[in-house]
Design a protein around this ligand. Structure first.
Ligand SMILES: [Zn+2]
Ligand SMILES: [Zn+2]
Length: 212
């Protein structure tokens, strides 16, 4: 038997129904459930946003992930985006099936300081690479190591001039050792206790002495 939509009175003989409503009205009703403002966390220092994959540069893809996290009960696709505004294609379940709706939402930015910037500001580092040798070679290696560390989402806390070369302070031990093994360098490793972390475990800083 043909159904009639309680909102627009169209019949199921002329339009597809989702549950008791016609598809158009079901989609409109669904659209009202999507918030028109969505809050995204953005770092006040580097301007990157928080996504399900971590802190990322703001673009369509990362915004999709950040918004998707906020609207976790729906399936979200960012169709178009301008700073502060995004047009979304949202799919969700309603009684009788699933519907989709296109909706323009405002993006509100909540300020935060991301973990990396927080550590940077605090002068945090886990490893020191002591580069010794001919000055030009040493500074070439500093460039290489900086590029490697930044490409892997780490940072150089500082570079210090010392006798015979330069000391490079690096955010993560894993990046220091990663660089060394990738370039096939010979390093002398020493560790010093630097304190305890929040859960009371001993934390060591690594120093890698390298002759280049
Ligand atoms: Zn209808
Ligand atoms: Zn940041």
């Amino acid at each position: 038997m043909a159904k009639r939509c309680p909102i627009c009175n169209r019949s199921s003989e002329e339009i597809v129904f989702v549950g008791e409503f016609c598809r158009g009205c079901a989609s409109k009703r669904f659209s009202e459930r999507i918030p028109s403002e969505i809050e995204i966390e953005r770092c006040r220092v580097c301007g990157k946003i928080r996504t399900t994959e971590g802190i990322r540069e703001e673009d369509k893809l990362s915004l999709n992930s950040a918004i998707g996290q906020r609207l976790a009960k729906f399936r979200v696709k960012v169709i178009q985006y301008n700073p502060g505004k995004a047009t979304l294609d949202v799919v969700g379940d309603v009684p009788g099936g699933s519907v989709s709706a296109e909706k323009e939402v405002e993006i509100r930015y909540k300020k935060m300081t991301c973990e990396t910037c927080y550590k940077k500001i605090g002068g945090y580092y886990e490893a020191t690479v002591q580069l010794r040798g001919e000055p030009e070679r040493v500074s070439r290696f500093v460039e290489r190591i900086s590029r490697y560390v930044e490409n892997h989402n780490g940072f150089i806390a500082k570079v210090e001039n010392v006798e015979g070369g330069l000391d490079v302070y690096i955010s993560n031990k894993s990046l220091a050792s990663g660089f060394i093994s990738e370039k096939g360098l010979k390093a002398t490793l020493s560790s010093t206790l630097s304190g305890l972390n929040n859960s009371g475990k001993k934390v060591y800083k690594n120093t890698y002495a390298i002759r280049v």
